[in-house]
Design a protein around this ligand. Sequence first.
Ligand code: B3K
Ligand code: ZN
Length: 885
Amino acid sequence: MRTEQSKTIYLKDYQVPDYLIDETHLTFELFEDHSLVHAQLVMRRNPEAGAGLPKLVLDGQQLELLELKLDDRELGEGDYSLTDSHLSLQPTQDRFVVDSSVRIHPESNTALEGLYKSGTMFCTQCEAEGFRKITFYLDRPDVMSKFTTTVSAEQHAYPVLLSNGNPIASGGEEGGRHWATWEDPFKKPAYLFALVAGDLWCVEDSFTTMSSREVALRIYVEPENIDKVQHAMDSLKRSMKWDEEVYGREYDLDIFMIVAVNDFNMGAMENKGLNIFNSSCVLAKAETATDAAHQRVEAVVAHEYFHNWSGNRVTCRDWFQLSLKEGFTVFRDSEFSADTHSRTVKRIEDVAYLRTHQFAEDAGPMAHPVRPDAYMEISNFYTLTIYEKGSEVLRMIHTLLGPELFRKGSDLYFERHDGQAVTCDDFVKAMEDASGQDLTQFKRWYTQAGTPRLEVSEAYDAAAQTYSLSFRQSCPATPGQSEKLPFVIPVALGLLDAQGNELALRLQGESAAQGTSRVLSVTEAEQTFIFEGITAKPLPSLLRGFSAPVKLHFPYDRDQLMFLMQHDSDGFNRWEAGQQLSVQVLQELIGQHQRGEALVLDQRLVTALRTLLEDESLDQAMVAEMLSLPGEAYLTEISEVADVEAIHAAREFARKELAAALFAPLWARYQANRETSKTTPYVAEAAHFARRSLQNIALSYLMLSEKPEVLVACVDQFENADNMTERLAALAVLVNSPFQAEQGKALAMFADFFKDNPLVMDQWFSVQAGCPLPGGLERVHALMQHEAFTLKNPNKVRALIGAFANQNLINFHRADGAGYRFLADQVITLNALNPQIASRLLAPLTRWRKYGSARQALMKAELERILASGELSSDVYEVVSKSLA
Ligand code: B3K
Ligand code: ZN
């Protein structure tokens, strides 16, 4: 458990490694009750590290050392020293070879880090520091080595033996065993190592690269899933093409493999040539996976593939630089999805996610910069800040430089640093060198945590025909950072006249207007921009496309927001105006609830949504997005003190009022779309996603009316839909409805039909875990006893416990604290089984400062109880101790 790792590690202490490993030769002998790992490391003194021959200190945890040799000489106990995390020995010359043999126990590894078993197959997860649980090694990303790997296992149970690179030899052994050797010609850090052994089937395809090389593509799954990989394969080929076209990046090995495993801590892993995926991010077909799941598979396949350049060919010098590969790769995958489907809808989804979850993280006890300065447990830093905010930082560079210079910068970065382990500074330097722009101040986005607040005010001078916008930026204190310096904030904007036309934008000092939408760079704490030639007071459309991850404040009134909803040429800002209108209306209802007044819905929201619903020329996905009221989690995030009951009551009241007032247009749109769905085969493309999303959100409103004809339609959709998107949406609204009989029947039918499909059963758990009706905690308790549930599978934990704590706020935040007690109990159990999952599950308790004093006390008491519960993993210890600090 907690050893030396609960010490804090600082970026400022970084030192180059004393030794390098040129070659790594591994042999694995896999057995049912243990495995043996032999490692031969061809090493040399690092010329950059100075003179002398310091001790060689190898990382290693939970390894039983069987044999150790230095240059073929067997070492006895006096020749080395061994702790529970390191093996040290004294080299005697600049170049030497270390041989070690260790015994490990993948069969009892429930942490799912290092080598472990998922069901009957062996697989690995090494990022960030899992390789040290496989063999003694310099387990740090700036040590890059050429790997050769031989795997041997019983042939019948493990016919498929895989590792990174190309297969170079294989054969049989006595006693029904066989072996295979793989060679990876590219130097890589140990975190990209992978091994798989199992009874797997594969779908094979091929891709011809831009220089006409044939690459074999294989997706391996357990036999029962072989019918669910076509979508992932199509996504992979589209990703490979897109990376050639948009970034000029070609794949480099002759084979690219993906393996789907059921027990996996994260979404997937970009191991060189052998990506290992959570099965939830590979398997998708119409009957068993929703539209959202199809889009997630496509995005994750693309993300991991894109890492081959942004992460593998050019990797991180140390883990403080994690966003170098993750922020960049998220930006790349989100642009891929935007190009493949609807750009505006993708942007809306990403921003809604960022503002709800990353902004909350940035305001909480674990807030950290995109490039952190310190950590205790690196697994805790695979965060929304590193990934999502990191991607926003890349997007801002893209916005400031423009697409051509950005591409020039990425070309220079890949060319300059191919085969190296580098820093975020190296990335920015390439962008500066390629563009000629100075990004010194911009780099504060990497070093300062917290979400900046941007207040904007306006002034119109009719006589001078000038319109000025004044910006004032500030950033709240975050742990360890009390003072912040101004950021570079790119603000994309336009000005609308009274008819909704866009005005030509000429700033003071310019001789000609520069278009009708442009990007201002706000660099000072307070700064004013003056537009000239403005003949009447305009309405500004600010932060178009969410051009910077900030909290924007402009005193729009509701009529202005309705105007922007209709007229803004920027699709994202039309949605944003609708969200702001909804927030204002909901906050008014929250106030009424808190004062004990009768709730009264501002009819302007009804009018605005009616206009959208009745306009059949609009993109249906946009209409669906605009109909979705801001979620309870977002309303919590923007509250000073979150009033759980008032937020829930206000939102539910608004939904019911809208459902009643808009019944006719909702019913018309629902019926039309459902009819089309009945007669259209399932297609995973934007127009079809759009139709089903409007259909399903309409259904969720319509069911609030409790009218019999809607119930009939809902049950029909549940029973007869040919795809999971429609079926699951119908199930979810039934579960949230008062129709007990229909609901019970549907849940039973669903579970019976899909009992052998764990990913579909995850959906079944989630739908029930998220149900806001009273008794949520009792339902979750009961579901934990269901035969399909197990704490050992991370997907199950997320589907049931995670969904309850993160999405069912009214039940989780029960006033008596039982929800908190439940979550703490699960964290304590999981701490011993799987520390990474335990630590992630904790997040809702860390947000205690958002709530009133009674809830604060209850949440803190549970954090204290976890802290006192015994030996904690470094993962859980870091999050709990920082939350209480
Ligand atoms: N790089 C992996 C993350 C692995 C995290 C391990 N704790 C997935 C990804 O971002 O592509
Ligand atoms: Zn990634």
